[in-house]
Design a protein around this ligand. Structure first.
Ligand code: SAM
Length: 448
């Protein structure tokens, strides 16, 4: 344990004491055991000095005192000082040192995040007003030109552009005009791209409303959760838009082909139940890709199912694609060749109950496909930006949503393979495998 010695003395000859100390430092090079020393002069009494010397331990301090050079130093100090120096020996009981570099790096992160939180509403507003869309051709524009193209006030648009440029979301040219690079166009204008980012901002910031925050605060105390349906409606459409680009890119071309025998069954007129389908984008994609198949989306949230039905009608898919309000443990119909869960099994209060219900509703050889956010099993392996985003969203959305339902298993959006395998086994599935994965998702296949 660290040991500190305080030496207090008075002298009118500060320079002489300095010389004595320098000589001691020279002579004890490699021998002294003090690892840190601070000298201070009393502001109110310039002849009064204090030296604070830190040692790794009391024993090391004594070894230092026993050095012949230290004894000589003590004799010389006595001569240079008015009266005997006073020694106080302190066992250190608390030691708080602020590491300036660590502090600055933490503050750097905090400021970056502060910017992100402040930026989120502007991103949603900018999308709605068509500010990004007005710049989608990559042409450099002044704020006045962007304002005119979107029928907005120039001063507001100028501030918005400045915030976007400082975030790296819009580029600022040397002549003061603003433009989107091809990458920025993809991230903020191309809703079909897997890189499209604005749905995520809409979804994740929906839980930030004052009303939702107050409910969550209460839910943290009671553990009673906050139902999906109790959030601001922005969460429902935002989440659908957040996940849609990933599904549009991977679902039909990669995830379904990675499942054993599933594509052949769907082509041959098989049936699909998409559980927790939300706005039904995943259900509709399967219906579009497999016109012979019968696709039904289920969700316990009525307004989401209504939105899905509207979309199916708009796309002319209602003949073989429909939507029903139903919970994951009581949906009907079937038997199904494929039952899917897209980014929602962990939101359910009773994932085991849901999977058991599915097992009883599969055709012979049918399978359950569970798509979950990418995550490792061990929290220590999830210390990365993607997991950070999912843990953060899960704290305010997924875990409380599950807690609000019977059982309240609360797997969390970073459940990982081991915990997902566990619930599959508890539900009676004998076969479980990681069928495929992308940077954002893991796709599991479960069979009896
Ligand atoms: C994160 S959202 C995912 C929605 C959709 N699968 C998607 O990827 O866009 C979770 C969905 O699960 C639904 N959900 C949660 N618990 C449910 C339950 N017990 N039964 C049915 N749906 C449930 C919610 O209503 C919500 O639509």
């Amino acid at each position: 344990m660290t040991f500190v010695q305080v030496i207090e003395y008075e002298t009118k000859d500060e320079d002489r004491v300095d010389r004595i100390m320098n000589e001691w430092l020279r002579l004890t090079q490699g021998k002294r055991t003090a690892h840190h020393s601070t000298m201070g002069k009393d502001r109110d009494k310039p002849s009064h000095f204090m030296q604070i010397v830190e040692f790794p331990s009391y024993e090391e301090a004594m070894r230092n005192s026993d050095l012949p050079e230290t004894r000589q130093l003590a004799d010389e100090m006595r001569e240079a000082c008015d009266g005997d120096p006073r020694f106080v020996n302190l066992e250190v009981t608390r030691d708080e040192i602020l590491d300036e570099d660590a502090m600055m790096s933490l503050m750097g992160r905090v400021v970056t995040d502060l910017g992100a939180v402040a930026l989120a509403p502007s991103l949603v507003i900018g999308e709605r007003l068509g500010l990004f869309a007005a710049m989608a051709d990559g042409t450099p524009r002044t704020s006045a030109e962007v304002a005119a193209a979107t029928d907005c006030n120039e001063r507001n648009v100028r501030e918005w552009l400045s915030a976007m440029a400082a975030s790296g979301y819009v580029s600022l040219d040397a002549d003061g005009r603003f433009r989107l690079t091809p990458e920025q166009v993809v991230a903020f204008c191309d809703q079909e791209s897997p890189y499209y980012a604005l749905g995520g901002f809409q979804s994740f910031s929906a839980a930030a409303s004052l009303e939702t925050r107050a409910k969550l605060q209460q839910a943290f105390r009671t553990g009673e959760g906050l139902g999906w349906d109790q959030h601001h409606p922005e969460l429902f459409s935002g989440t659908a838009r957040f996940f849609r680009p990933g599904y549009a890119t991977f679902l039909v071309d990669m995830w379904l082909p990675a499942m054993t025998d599933t594509v052949a069954r769907l082509r041959a007129g098989g049936s699909v139940a998409d559980i927790g389908c939300g706005f039904g984008y995943s259900t509709l994609m399967m219906a579009r890709a497999f016109p012979e198949a019968r696709c039904t989306g289920f969700d316990y949230h009525g307004p989401s199912i209504e939105a899905a039905r509207r979309q199916a009608k708009q796309e002319g898919l209602t003949k073989h694609c429909d939507f029903e309000v139903a919970g994951s443990a009581d949906f009907g119909g079937g038997p199904y060749d494929l039952i899917t869960f897209f980014d929602c099994l962990h939101d359910m209060g009773d994932p085991v109950g849901a999977l058991s219900h599915c097992r009883a509703r599969l055709t012979e050889g049918g399978a359950v496909m569970v798509v979950e956010p990418q995550a490792a099993d061990d929290i220590a392996d999830n210390m990365n930006p993607l997991s950070r985003a999912f843990y953060a969203a899960s704290t305010v959305i997924c875990v409380p949503a599950s807690q609000a339902q019977p059982v309240g298993r609360a797997l969390g959006a970073q459940a990982g393979e081991a915990r997902t395998r566990e619930v599959a086994a508890e539900a009676g599935f004998g076969q479980f495998r990681r069928a495929t994965e992308t940077p954002f998702n893991i796709v599991y296949e479960m069979r009896s």
